[in-house]
Design a binder for this molecule. Structure first.
Ligand SMILES: O=C(CO)[C@H](O)[C@H](O)COP(=O)(O)O
Length: 223
């Protein structure tokens, strides 16, 4: 059983006609977008807000109408993946490098549904190094300041060259070990000049759809 596919497709059940829908990035939400494309072909009326160029391209190929942040102030529902999620519904995102647009879209969403396979649901965040998007200008200085918080940042590479985000920035993958105060770390990181955004999503989702290899899908709601 493809646990990512199970979760991705299940989440589409939350989408209703006439909604503005945030479209996340990654291999799990990929399945949600494919399913959404089928429903749009059958007459579902929605508008999507893509969180990356990759997602924008997929949505265009599938004929999903898109709208940009320039013309909306609120999104009804966003479906997106995660690299890790804990029982407090805190997330690490950005494995695909789309964390800035993902967080902007999530921040104006009335509801965010997170889709993942069972391996992403963990007791404590931090095994997955936290992605931090930083400006190219002075990135080494920013890197040293992040390091002084007690982690080992690594510049993300792509074919031996720095990975460049859709926004023209770099990503530092930061191993903090186990993260016990995600809210505080989120604020501390974003106070460092040169940090554009980090991949901690705190108080942004109340629903997680988790696919299991045994074919079962768990839906968790924050109480
Ligand atoms: O945050 C993300 C991209 O920036 C993704 O949602 C996250 O990396 C999960 O990806 P996948 O579903 O492929 O495991």
């Amino acid at each position: 059983m493809d646990a990512k596919k199970l979760a991705g497709e299940k989440a589409i059940e939350f989408i209703e006609n006439d909604m503005i829908v945030g479209l996340g990035t990654g291999s799990t939400v990929h399945w949600s977008i494919l399913k959404l494309g089928e429903l749009v072909k059958q007459g579902l009326n929605i508008k999507g807000v893509p969180t990356s160029r990759q997602t924008e391209q997929l949505a265009n190929e599938l004929g999903i109408p898109l709208v940009g942040l320039s013309s909306i102030d609120q999104i009804d529902l966003t479906v997106d993946g995660a690299d890790e999620a804990n029982p407090d519904f805190e997330l690490i995102k950005g494995g695909g490098g789309a964390l800035l647009r993902e967080k902007m879209v999530a921040s104006i969403s009335k509801r965010m549904i997170v889709v993942m396979d069972e391996t992403k649901y963990v007791a404590n965040l931090g095994k997955f190094p936290l992605p931090v998007e930083v400006t190219q200008f002075g990135w080494e200085m920013t890197c040293r300041q992040i390091k002084s918080l007690g982690c080992e940042p690594k510049l993300r590479l792509n074919n031996n060259l720095p990975f460049i985000t859709d926004n023209g920035n770099y990503i530092l993958d930061c191993d903090f070990g186990e993260i016990y105060d995600a809210e505080n770390l989120n604020h501390t990181l974003n106070m460092i000049p040169g940090v554009v955004e980090n991949g901690l999503f705190v108080n942004m989702t109340d629903t997680m759809v988790i696919g299991n290899r045994n074919g079962h899908v768990d839906i968790l709601y924050k109480s």
